[in-house]
Write a protein that binds this ligand. Structure first.
Ligand code: 2P0
Length: 332
């Protein structure tokens, strides 16, 4: 009997400059670079065991065995790893999502990064950050950024070899930041990010405008990080999110991830700013609003938000670490 085990923890990340659209759907090569902040509040821990005693892949998520449809997605990703490692062993994958509430915050970024790390460790594949980032990208684009703590930029590249994330030196700027999640309760009907971005690339009249302005937004974000310029980083973060979400309105058929509650939270952020409190919002492929604020102002923003949202809708996160490969065991 051969048994190989690996275990990893990866934290989720939120893009400040968004990834939106693929140039290659199979390899998950993006149309544009993106830039993110890895957070401490939400993470996935995954154990992968490959064994000659298994006759199929099994995927447990939060201790529940997943159905065939969900497991096939994991199996396809494991196939990439098996191919690289020249292994034909099936695997048991055991993933736990650590999120403060069951509010749709579980992230494919942390999940696929942890799976890439745990499975690579188990089968003895290279664990250098760049290799893990490339591999995680094949599972879910945003996962390639969760290999790193703090700020990361996904360099889009133009091939499997050249598309991966790199850390952005920041002189500790991320330690000054906080991201407050506003978990809204009127969830929209889901359009998955994968389907939503593809529909937008193929049909949105606004997509070219999105692509044309990403390089300048990235440059502004990099400069803001280098200069620890919170206002500039916040402004470009909010602008990137608004442009990304703008593209969906011109897709055919059109769609939006925003709900009435999202708009209420966005209006509050603008109101706080008008009152002199520097904070900026971003949203991903769903209605929850994330508010970027300096740590020194976190409690003020939280207490203002508590006048409008219940305490369990508000979660403060801070910069988180990179992936941790926690164990590797081999039993022969
Ligand atoms: C991002 N999002 O940069 C963007 C912004 C959502 C909005 O990456 O198809 O799960 O697996 O590559 O990474 C979410 O999409 O999509 C995402 P796939 P992914 O974070």
């Amino acid at each position: 009997m051969h048994m190989y085990k690996g275990h990893a923890r990866a934290y989720t990340n939120i893009a400040l400059i968004k990834y939106w659209g693929k140039a290659d759907q199979q390899l998950i090569l993006p149309m544009n670079n993106s830039l993110s902040l890895t957070l401490d509040a939400f993470y996935t821990e995954t154990s992968v065991t490959f064994s000659s005693t298994f006759s199929e892949d099994q995927f447990y998520l939060d201790n529940h065995l997943q159905d065939r449809e969900t497991t096939v997605k994991v199996s396809r990703f494991l196939d990439l790893i098996r191919e690289k490692a020249q292994s034909q062993l099936f695997a048991k994958v055991d993933s736990q999502n650590f999120v403060p509430t069951a509010a749709g915050l579980a992230s494919s970024a942390s999940g696929l990064a942890a799976l890439a790390g745990a499975a690579s460790a188990a089968l003895g594949l290279p664990l250098e950050e760049k290799e893990l980032s490339r591999l995680a990208r094949r599972g879910s684009g945003s996962a390639c950024r969760s290999i790193y703590g703090g700020f990361a930029e996904w360099e889009k590249g133009d091939s499997d070899d050249s598309s991966y994330a790199v850390p952005i030196p920041s002189n500790g700027f991320e330690e000054e930041l906080s991201m407050i999640f506003v978990v809204v309760n009127d969830q929209q009907k889901d359009v998955s990010s994968r389907d939503g971005m593809q529909r937008t690339v193929e049909t949105s009249a606004f997509y070219d405008g999105w692509l044309a302005t990403v390089p300048q937004d990235l440059a502004k974000a990099r400069t803001a990080i280098a200069n620890k310029d919170f206002q500039s980083l916040g402004e470009v973060t909010e602008a990137s999110a608004l442009k990304m979400h703008g593209t969906t309105l011109a897709a055919v058929p059109p769609f939006t991830y925003w709900s009435a509650e999202s708009m209420r939270a966005m209006a509050l952020v603008r109101q706080f700013r008008n009152e002199g409190l520097a904070c900026y919002f971003t949203l991903d492929a769903g209605p929850n609003v994330k508010i970027l604020v300096e740590k020194k102002n976190e409690s003020t923003v939280l207490s203002k938000l508590q006048e409008h949202f219940s305490a369990d809708q508000l979660i403060a996160a801070h910069a988180g670490p990179g992936i941790k490969i926690m164990t590797k065991e081999v039993e022969a």
